[in-house]
Design a protein around this ligand. Structure first.
Ligand code: HEM
Length: 407
């Protein structure tokens, strides 16, 4: 039974009118039971506690203490030089931070180097689709995940979405590199820094009156929320690739999952919540992701900014209507309508009628020389999109936030 806080009771009475029917429906659905069994996890067993009530028992008290005692800026500054997985930590770090990171940077015992190697092959072959899917399917989906949209909107990062995209793209970039989890790669560093950033958000957001007014939860970014967002990434990407009939050998599909299982562990998610197989992932996603998608005022504001960024970054080639059409095509009419994305006759039709044959052409199922002009157009846009979402994030620092967004 969910504990009901005094704040929640007050809000239930006062804020109903202001929230609007749809955003009220979302938190109600989000309180669905947790029935997913830990037997389907990489741990193979567990207590089965609803991860809505689990956060990060190691990172949270540490980062709260750093923020309270004023050490967070120093830690951020020192950690800027820590960029490679195998690199020793910089000197001068407070002892508790050093101890935490030394523990947190260790890969799980179940990591499978063979699968990671296969994942490299998959990422190389599918990098173009992955870039676009992370950016448009996962990225835009985050705006209809109510708790995430609100957390992002009211946190410091919500004020500068371009910077935030670059930081988030860093993770998408690092996980796709050949040496992601090797000593000369960066994914372990990125994941551990993200874990610290999330712990910072857990400490700070509850102090934001704007967030506290609208959020149904008292502490953001539970392990359940982390899994929801996780499913908006690999699970959604794999669902789309399957929809589009992109041929993927079973070993590559398993390897891609493994890449993200390791990421989940390094982000501080307990092994008992990380799905062991795609079938377990899909069953967990249908329990925690699919039913909670809903529009919010904050998510719509973020979506509007995201769709406008293409033009700013790419001098007009990726105009808002085109990105909007891609979003409609990737996420469907319901989500596009929630986000109030206008219909675009030309691009909506082009994507609907030509995407299937385009994929077939790219996958060499049809002879390339016969490909109509518009396929080259798609190819060019895909490249631009992938560049937009992935290449920005290479010299970016992920840091513990020091405050909330100011209004
Ligand atoms: C920060 C990734 C889940 C909210 C970040 C950052 C990354 C990231 C790379 C650092 C970039 C930045 O500072 O802007 C992920 C991944 C997730 C996940 C891979 C799941 C697998 C979530 C969830 C929420 C959330 C579930 C909220 C419900 C935030 C917020 C920030 C952040 C508010 C800080 C923004 C700021 O003020 O700087 N996340 N995240 N994240 N994340 Fe997540």
């Amino acid at each position: 039974m969910e504990p009901v806080s005094r704040r929640k009771m007050l809000k239930a009475g006062g804020a109903l009118g202001a929230l609007g029917a749809l955003s009220v429906a979302a938190p109600a659905q989000a309180r669905s039971a947790w029935t997913w069994s830990p037997k389907g996890s990489v741990a193979g067993a567990g207590a089965g506690v609803d991860p809505r009530w689990v956060w990060d028992e190691e990172a949270d008290p540490l980062v709260a203490s750093l923020l309270d005692r004023g050490d967070a800026p120093l830690v951020n500054q020192l950690l800027r030089t820590w960029t490679k997985n195998g690199q020793p930590l910089p000197s001068g770090l407070p002892a508790d931070v050093r101890q935490f990171i030394e523990r947190a940077r260790v890969l799980p015992s179940w990591v499978d180097q063979g699968k990671l190697a296969t994942a490299v092959r998959f990422n190389e072959k599918r990098g173009l689709y992955l870039g676009v899917l992370y950016g448009l399917a996962s990225g835009m989906m985050s705006t209809v995940i109510p708790k995430e949209a609100r957390a992002v909107y009211y946190s410091k990062g919500g004020a500068d979405m371009k910077d935030r995209i670059s930081k988030t793209a860093k993770l998408g970039y690092d996980i796709g590199t050949a040496n992601a989890y090797q000593p000369d790669g960066s994914m372990i560093v990125t994941a551990v820094k993200t874990r610290l950033a999330h712990a910072g958000v857990r400490h700070l957001l509850p102090q934001s009156p704007e967030w506290a007014d609208v959020a149904p939860e008292d502490i953001p970014i539970s392990q359940r929320d982390l899994m929801v967002t996780w499913h908006s990434l690999p699970t959604t990407v794999m669902r789309k690739l399957t929809d589009w009939r992109v041929p993927i050998p079973a070993a590559e599909s398993t390897a891609f999952l493994h890449l993200w299982q390791v990421a989940a562990h390094m982000l501080g998610i307990r092994d008992e919540y990380i799905p062991a197989t795609w079938s377990e992932a899909n069953s967990q996603a249908s329990e925690v992701l699919d039913p909670i998608l809903a529009p919010t005022r904050e998510g719509n504001a973020l979506a509007d900014i995201l769709l406008g960024l293409g033009r700013e970054i790419d001098a007009g080639l990726l105009s808002k209507p085109i990105l909007g059409s891609f979003t409609r095509f990737m996420l469907g009419n319901q989500i596009a309508n929630w986000l109030e994305i206008p219909r675009d006759l030309l691009w909506d039709t082009l994507l609907r009628t030509s995407w299937g044959p385009f994929i077939a052409v790219r996958e060499a199922l049809l002879p390339f020389p016969l490909a109509p002009e518009c396929y080259w157009l798609f190819d060019e846009f895909l490249r631009k999109l992938a560049l937009l979402f992935l290449s920005e994030g290479q010299s970016i620092n992920i840091e513990i936030p020091l405050g909330n967004r100011e209004f």
